[in-house]
Design a binder for this molecule. Structure first.
Ligand code: NI
Length: 202
């Protein structure tokens, strides 16, 4: 187990189609997953895809947190490992929300995502699992699985003006002022923004 370096936007590894994992029970995959967990813990993130640590394989690791599930305190093990995940949108409804990415430090952006989806994947024992997801979890899954297809969240943004520095969260602050619900980690950015009082009085 080890904390690994995270590839940043611009590195070619992030734009490749990652390879299908032939054998999820291969100990190499378990070691990779261990490194992905260690790296997430070290950075304090929620989800990571293998290409982000320079392994072009279809593996995603995420952990349930309060922002994904209100019942998170009841979970013995918040970690989920996805091998060869396949997402299928349910319905046409899209929702736009603010996202961040370990490979794009210092920025956040507003991205449209399918509201609901079905996901089929294998676990490390090669068991095939199908789950339904909506809301914040569906958004996280689309973000992470996009990494397996060489897609970073700005590539999904129809309005690139909604890509901004964490230190200048103007559009995000406007959304919050308009009553849009955002994750606490994003609200913290606005609370910590010195210019807030200048642009958002009252
Ligand atoms: Ni990401």
């Amino acid at each position: 187990m080890a904390v690994r370096k995270v590839a940043a936007m611009g590195n070619p590894i992030l734009y490749r189609i990652a390879e299908h994992v032939a054998d999820p029970t291969d100990p190499k995959i378990a070691r990779l997953v261990g490194d992905m967990k260690d790296t997430l813990i070290d950075i304090g993130g929620s989800g990571i895809a293998a290409p982000q640590i320079y392994e072009s394989l279809r593996v995603v690791v995420y952990r349930f947190s309060a922002r994904l599930d209100d019942n998170v305190e009841e979970l013995d093990d918040p970690w989920v490992t996805l091998v060869n995940p396949v997402l299928t949108p349910v319905g046409d409804e899209m929702v736009s929300g603010w996202e961040r990415c370990l490979s794009i430090p210092g920025l956040h952006g507003k991205v449209p995502r399918h509201k609901s989806l079905t996901m089929t994947y294998q676990d490390l024992s090669r068991t095939e699992i199908t789950v339904e997801a909506s809301g914040a979890l569906a958004t996280l899954l689309q973000h992470e699985c996009d990494h397996l297809d060489g897609i970073l969240y700005p590539m999904q943004m129809p309005d690139i003006s909604k890509l901004e520095f964490n230190t200048e969260p103007g559009h995000l602050a406007q959304d919050i002022a308009d009553g849009v619900k955002v994750w606490p980690v994003l609200r913290d950015l606005v609370d910590a923004w010195p210019a807030r009082e200048l642009w958002f009085k009252g």
